[in-house]
Design a protein around this ligand. Structure first.
Ligand SMILES: *[C@@H]1O[C@H](CO)[C@@H](O)[C@H](O)[C@H]1NC(C)=O
Length: 437
């Protein structure tokens, strides 16, 4: 029976000539919804209702994230209580939003660096046809059961090694070992590449019977050259989200801050670590431009400056680890856009409060915005942030347009200013990107 189904799927694939694919009428705006935002507190808590002001701008809503059960390799809800239990049933609540936004496709994304239990399973699965079958069958069932229009594979491949920092600053080696001692090296790269190609093919066959969409999300710092056999998979997927950001993060680079999501290579940096390099790699390997979607992060990466940091603030700059957690997102080294804008403009600035950050824009429109504050006399409160704002998000959208790419993705909606606290407009980063497409 299964064989017959596969055979039928093969026929469907074989008869659909590539030219018959309906071209996207307008560029995609792929909006990620990180369900973790449901459990944040106070102003950062995002309920499905809060999504609505965004959705008229979104061609796709991507629910992040489902996971993989370690022993069975089944695709499962990562947070059953929130996602699928009757009390919240967030999967169903989110797919039901389509009744108000009928043109929007709702995808279920798996992985996304949100699945932290036994992460090696994303690789071992690729080595086993049985494990892949278990994953595909359960994934199609899960997505279908809750009314999703398709599945997004945000595969948790091993990441490239972080840049080595010149060892001029004392205990750097210690810092590197502490952070990266556990970074695994993949000694089965080509097996994983082939296994992923097989997985995409198998998933496509299973979904095309429905029919449902299939997309890929290339996670930050995953090397496309190693894991993605572009000519073999590009015709099997509807689009590919290139999460070309987080090139520099305080976890990866605790002692040196740098632009986290440049469009082009800043001087004297690795020419492969920027959006344009990744886009060109996919184009040069035969990906049609209109299938490539460029990711725009809505959060900033933060580092502590200390007395050894250059006072001009220009990156790359010496730092002392991750900046402190924000009041709402409560994660070291990360601030949401509204948390950042509150540090830039503060009309209720009171005595005793820390001074504003100085914002430094990039007139070349190539590298992005940063903001910083030097440490005070007691060496405290130094901060350096690389982040996306509405202007730079618009610049990325213009880049997408000039290259004829398939759209932008917003990663994610809950870190954009969904309450309109910065200037009164809700979702300023999403809007800016949409308007410049
Ligand atoms: C990605 O892999 C290719 C092929 O192994 C290699 O040449 C390239 O340097 C890698 N890119 C990065 C950023 O490490």
């Amino acid at each position: 029976m299964k064989f017959l189904l596969l055979l039928a799927a093969g026929l469907v694939l074989a008869t659909a000539a590539p030219g018959q694919q309906v071209p996207a009428a307008s560029p995609r705006v792929v909006c990620y919804y990180d369900s973790k935002s449901y459990t944040r507190e106070s102003q950062a808590r995002m309920l499905p209702l809060d999504l609505e002001p965004a959705l008229s701008f979104c061609s796709h809503l991507v629910y992040g994230y489902a996971g993989v059960q370690p022993d069975t390799y089944k695709m499962v809800a990562l947070n059953e209580n929130l996602d699928t239990d009757r009390s919240h049933n967030n999967y169903r609540t989110i797919t039901n939003l389509r009744s108000k936004f009928p043109g929007m496709k709702v995808m279920l994304s798996v992985g996304g660096d949100a699945d932290t239990e036994e992460v090696a399973k994303y690789n071992t699965m690729l080595e086993s046809p049985q494990a892949r079958t278990a994953f595909v069958n359960s994934g199609v069932l899960l997505a279908e059961q809750y009314g999703f229009d398709g599945v997004d594979l945000a595969w948790q491949f091993y990441k490239i090694k972080p840049k080595k920092i010149r060892s001029t600053w004392g205990s750097i080696w210690h810092g590197i070992k502490k952070t990266f001692g556990t970074t695994p090296v993949d000694d089965k790269e080509s097996e994983h590449r082939e296994g992923f190609t097989a997985l995409v093919r198998e998933f496509k066959q299973a979904l095309s019977l429905k029919p449902m969409q299939l997309s890929l999300t290339v996670l930050p710092n995953v090397n496309s050259s190693i894991y993605y056999d572009i000519p073999a998979i590009i015709n099997l997927v509807d689009f590919v989200n290139l999460n070309a950001f987080d090139y520099s993060t305080p976890e990866r680079n605790p002692k040196e801050a740098d632009y986290t999501a440049p469009i082009y290579t800043p001087q004297n940096r690795n020419p492969l670590l920027n959006a344009d390099a990744v886009v060109n790699h996919w184009l040069q390997n035969g990906a049609p431009a209109n299938k490539l979607v460029l990711g725009v992060a809505t959060y900033g990466r933060t580092w502590k400056l200390d007395s050894e940091s250059e006072i001009a603030g220009v990156p790359p700059i010496h730092t002392d680890g991750a900046g402190e957690a924000g009041p709402y997102t409560k994660t070291e080294g990360i601030l949401s856009y509204p948390e950042i804008c509150a540090k830039l403009i503060n009309p209720n600035h009171q005595k005793g409060m820390r001074p504003y950050l100085r914002k430094v824009t990039d007139p070349s429109k190539r590298f992005g915005t940063y903001a910083f504050r030097l440490p005070d006399d007691s060496g405290e409160a130094g901060l350096w942030i690389s982040y996306e704002d509405p202007d730079t998000a618009g610049q990325k959208a213009s880049y997408v347009k000039s290259k004829g790419l398939g759209g932008v993705s917003i990663v994610d909606l809950s870190m954009d200013d969904f309450r309109g606290l910065c200037t009164g407009d809700k979702y300023p980063i999403l809007r800016a990107a949409k308007y410049r497409l």
